[in-house]
Each structure stands twice: as structure tokens, then as C-alpha cells.
Design a protein around this ligand. Structure first.
Ligand code: PHE
Length: 368
């Protein structure tokens, strides 16, 4: 970690600062606000689904990613000694402020800030110290959803039912699936991969998985909001209750748009950005891979023996291409006379002469 800056989004670092430069430069990229970026397109699509479901739903996506440990952990009942708070898992700006580890950090804030709100979505960039590979990156995006109900009129069972129906509907909308198919499943009170589905801020907690690439993939965590969390938001659990969910946007976007590597979302390469536009969800745009480096094209044309096998040539080229200390070059020679059409026979004769020279002067000298 390099020396801390004067401040990060208005918060002054202290000895607990542990944000590396590579993570810090992600702050303010605002990928979700870019309507042509796959994550921005997905966020728009999620908003459209909820707006249609519930015309009262409010949307937030400009909250600063630096939040207090009170909002990120305490108000959500994350115990003081929980691993998710440790500096090996979380980026600290100082002892009291972190890069948010989840969008749940805004649950209590919005509920107390806007007492008239009954449902909202909040999306943003979130940060967790993590190893980097094709599906993990320390900066990613989540969408939080909350819906409240009148506790006198709607039972907890009905809240659960609404939660499941809403999120199955979302998954069905995104992936054009029929709900209840073999393509989604709920993990609830029972074991998921040997561990309980549990979030300290929901009771009960659930996870939704979708079947993709021959495997079940977790797409969101959710549950009925814990009474203490409602109280921390200034609400009376006797009067209101509700559900909340948190959705990882990268994984969904990777599936939707066929993006094979999570690091591509942060790419400045125009060959990534130009593949997507506002219409990419409805047009079912699929990403076409490119190599980071431009290719050099060379042609080979030759007469082949009857027993020629294409793959023998391909293997020879791959071997040559990678071998240390040896490189090969191929040239295309264009034979043309300005005043007449050449015949194959006379060009072959001349070409042979050229190859003879090459054989003697280049190939044999290398062999020597
Ligand atoms: N915040 C949880 C996570 O990051 C997801 C979640 C949100 C779970 C809301 C329940 C309710 O994994």
C-alpha cells in the first residue's frame, strides 16, 4: 500500500488505511451510470423490471462508496469480531470508514432519510479484498432492493412469498426463463455447500441460484429484514416489516452478455466498449473475444503433395511460433510484368531461382 492521499471522497485516512492504488483508481469510474456499459445496461434493465412491478419504487445509484463502519456493519448486526470487518477482507480509509463491502450499507440510511419510501433499489460499486481471477475482482457491483409492508395487514409468510415471486420474476425476465423451471433454485434454512445461508440482517435468509454452464451459480442473497435493523432505521417493527435482497451484477452480466472474464468490465479497450449499446439487452448481444494485442497477418501459398494433412502444418506453425531462440518469417512475393500477363511456368522458374538463393544463403547458413 502506497502512502495514503490527503483524503478519499472527503474522508481523511489514518494508520488503518489499506487501499492499494489499483483499487483507489476504480473509485469514481461510475460504470453503472454508463448506459452503454454492460453493467449500466443490466442496472437499467433491473430498474425497468421493478418500475413495472411497483410504480412507487425509488432508484438510487449515486451514493459515495465510502461509508461508516456503523452503516456497513453495526446497524446490520454484523458482530464486532466478524471476519468480514477484518482489514484482510475490507478496505479501510480509517478506523471509522471503509469502502462499502455491500450495498446493504445504505439500507438503514435510506429508510430513515426517506420515511415515506416503501420500496427502493440502490446500486453501486462495492469493494472486498479478494484474490483476482476470471470471476473474482476486488471491485464489483451490487444492487440492493428493499420493500416494506404494513405489518398489520401483511403476514411474514406473505412477505416471504412476495420476495420469492419478485426475485423469480426478475431472474425469469433477465434470462427469459419460465419461473419454477430447473433453471433456478432457492437455498433456505438448509445447508448450502455445507454452510448455512445466513445474513445477520435478515431472518430468515435465502439465496437464489441459477443453473448456468452446467453448474448452479449464486446470484443473490435475501431475506426478511431483521427487527433490529428496522429499529436501527427508526422504524417500528410492530407497524412495518419487509424484505431485502442484494444482487451481484457482474455475474449476471457475464452470463447475459457472454463475458468470460470479470476484469473486462474495467477495460478501457474500445474493442470491449464498442460491442455494447443501450439496446444490448433486448438485442441479446453476445461478447466476441479479442486478444489484447493486434494480430499480424501473413499468407502462405504452396503446392501440396497428395498426402498433405492440414493439421501437420498447423502444428508445425504453432511449434515454430513459440520456440525460444528461433523465429521464422514468411513472405508473399507478387510477380507482375507491367506490359503483359505472366504465365505460371515462367513465374515458377523465377521463383525456383529465388528459393535456390534462399536455400543457400539463409537456410544452409542457419543449418551450419
Ligand atoms: N449484503 C449481502 C451480500 O453482500 C446480500 C444481502 C442483501 C442479503 C440483502 C440479504 C439481504 O452478500
Amino acid at each position: 500500500v502506497m502512502a495514503p492521499p490527503e483524503e478519499i471522497l472527503g474522508i481523511k485516512p489514518d494508520g488503518k488505511y489499506n487501499v492499494p492504488a489499483g483499487v483507489r483508481e476504480k473509485l469514481g469510474k461510475n460504470l453503472l451510470l454508463n448506459s452503454k456499459h454492460p453493467l449500466g445496461i443490466l442496472w437499467k434493465t433491473v430498474q425497468e423490471y421493478f418500475a413495472e412491478q411497483d410504480s412507487n419504487c425509488k432508484f438510487f445509484d449515486t451514493e459515495k462508496p465510502v461509508v461508516s463502519t456503523v452503516d456497513c456493519f453495526d446497524k446490520l448486526r454484523v458482530p464486532p469480531d466478524h471476519v468480514s470487518r477484518s482489514p484482510s477482507d475490507t478496505y479501510y480509509v480509517n478506523a471509522d470508514y471503509v469502502l462499502r463491502t455491500h450495498t446493504s450499507a445504505h439500507q438503514c440510511q435510506f429508510l430513515s432519510q426517506y420515511p415515506e419510501i416503501t420500496s427502493f433499489l440502490c446500486a453501486g460499486d462495492v469493494y472486498r479484498r479478494d484474490e483476482i481471477d476470471a470471476s473474482h475482482y476486488p471491485a464489483f457491483h451490487q444492487c440492493e432492493g428493499v420493500r416494506l409492508f404494513d405489518a398489520q395487514k401483511v403476514s411474514k409468510e406473505e412477505v416471504m412469498e412476495d420476495l420469492k415471486k419478485t426475485l423469480e420474476g426478475l431472474a425469469a425476465h433477465l434470462f427469459q426463463l419460465k419461473t419454477g423451471e430447473d433453471t433456478m433454485r432457492w437455498l433456505d434454512e438448509l445447508l448450502s455447500h455445507g454452510v448455512y445461508v445466513y445474513f445477520p440482517f435478515t431472518e430468515p435468509s435465502l439465496e437464489l441460484e441459477i443453473f448456468y454452464n452446467e453448474d448452479w451459480m449464486e446470484v443473490l442473497g435475501c431475506g426478511v429484514i431483521h427487527h433490529d435493523v428496522l429499529r436501527n432505521a427508526g422504524l417500528d417493527p410492530e407497524k412495518v416489516h419487509g424484505w431485502a435482497f442484494g444482487l451481484g451484477l457482474e455475474r449476471l452480466a457475464m452470463v447475459l452478455f457472454g463475458i468470460p472474464d470479470i476484469r473486462l468490465f474495467w477495460s478501457d479497450d474500445a474493442r470491449f466498449a464498442q460491442q455494447f449499446s443501450e439496446g444490448s439487452f433486448s438485442e441479446k448481444t453476445k461478447f466476441k473475444p479479442f486478444s489484447k494485442y493486434p494480430p499480424v497477418l501473413k499468407d502462405i501459398s504452396m503446392w501440396i503433395p497428395e498426402d498433405f494433412v492440414d493439421n501437420d502444418l498447423f502444428e508445425m506453425i504453432r511449434d515454430e511460433g513459440g520456440g525460444p531462440g528461433r523465429s521464422s518469417k514468411m513472405f508473399r512475393v507478387t510477380w507482375r510484368d507491367m506490359s503483359r500477363t505472366l504465365t505460371n511456368e515462367e513465374v515458377n522458374a523465377k521463383h525456383e531461382k529465388v528459393l535456390e538463393h534462399l536455400t543457400w544463403n539463409v537456410v544452409t547458413s542457419v543449418a551450419d
